[in-house]
Design a protein. Structure first.
Lengths: 123, 127
């Protein structure tokens, strides 16, 4: 006789061992993109093409720095999850696991580097 | 009996004779633009880090991104980010349980291609 409830047995399972967390995260970041992408395109559109001095001055403004930092985190995390989904679909076994680690490492390296650059430009 | 026919059976739909549909192509494009944007983000982070590092480092990557090859890449990236945003909006609509029928999905696919192109053209003209 099983004493565990259906819910208890479903918890922590799924092929990714994380239930619907990945799906929910994609749903949330997809909605976030609707705000972040236009904000990012406008911000980057305004600064791209300027001289080095103009670029430095642009990012010293709090709105430019905050919008850039936010879009960097949201967009890179979203495309990381998008790439991980493709990896889980097409690469299996050890190669799949190592690719997942590599993609995740690259994404967080890019986020950390971008935030460092923004902080240095802003302050 | 089965062995004698083994070379003569109809195959399941094969990529070479498979007619692509608007639904599958627009969905594949969402994934492709997502992965492409991941790759392209390296360029952007490089540009930011160079701007924070030295005028020489900035001049190199900024010059590369503003060359004619860079212009083509940036235009493609703009289209990709808008297309991906709209494609993901379609997923949000689907996930909430709306517009799941094929004709509406195909209309949304046309909308994604069209609106991404219009938004890219607006960005190209404004900036």
């Amino acid at each position: 006789m099983k004493y565990a409830t259906d819910r208890k047995r479903a918890e922590g399972l799924g092929s990714g061992r994380q239930g619907t967390a990945h799906h929910w995260e994609m749903l949330v970041s997809s909605m976030a993109l609707l705000v972040v992408v236009p904000a990012f395109v406008i911000t980057f559109g305004l600064v791209f093409g300027g001289s080095h001095g103009e670029v430095q001055a642009f990012f010293s403004h709090p709105v430019a720095a905050i919008v850039s930092a936010l879009s960097l985190i949201v967009i890179i995390r979203h495309v990381m999850n998008e790439t991980l989904e493709a990896v889980e679909d097409y690469i299996h076994g050890l190669a799949g696991k190592l690719t997942i680690v590599a993609v995740t490492a690259l994404a967080y390296t890019l986020i950390a580097t971008g935030l460092f650059a923004l902080a240095k430009l802003a302050l | 009996m089965a062995e004698t026919q083994s070379g003569n059976r109809p195959l399941s739909p094969h990529l070479q004779i498979y007619r692509p549909q608007l639904t599958s192509m627009s969905s594949i494009m969402v994934r492709a633009t997502g992965i492409a944007l991941f790759g392209l983000s390296i360029l952007l982070i490089w540009w930011l880090l160079a701007a924070a590092t030295s005028p020489g480092a900035f001049a190199f990557i900024d010059g590369l991104m503003r060359s004619w090859v860079g212009d083509v890449v940036m235009l493609g990236a703009t289209w990709a980010i808008f297309y991906h945003m709209l494609g993901r909006l379609r997923h949000v609509i689907w996930d909430f349980g709306y517009c799941l029928d094929v004709p509406t999905s195909e209309k949304m696919a046309m909308g994604m291609f069209g609106l991404a192109t219009v938004l890219t053209a607006v960005v190209a003209v404004v900036f």
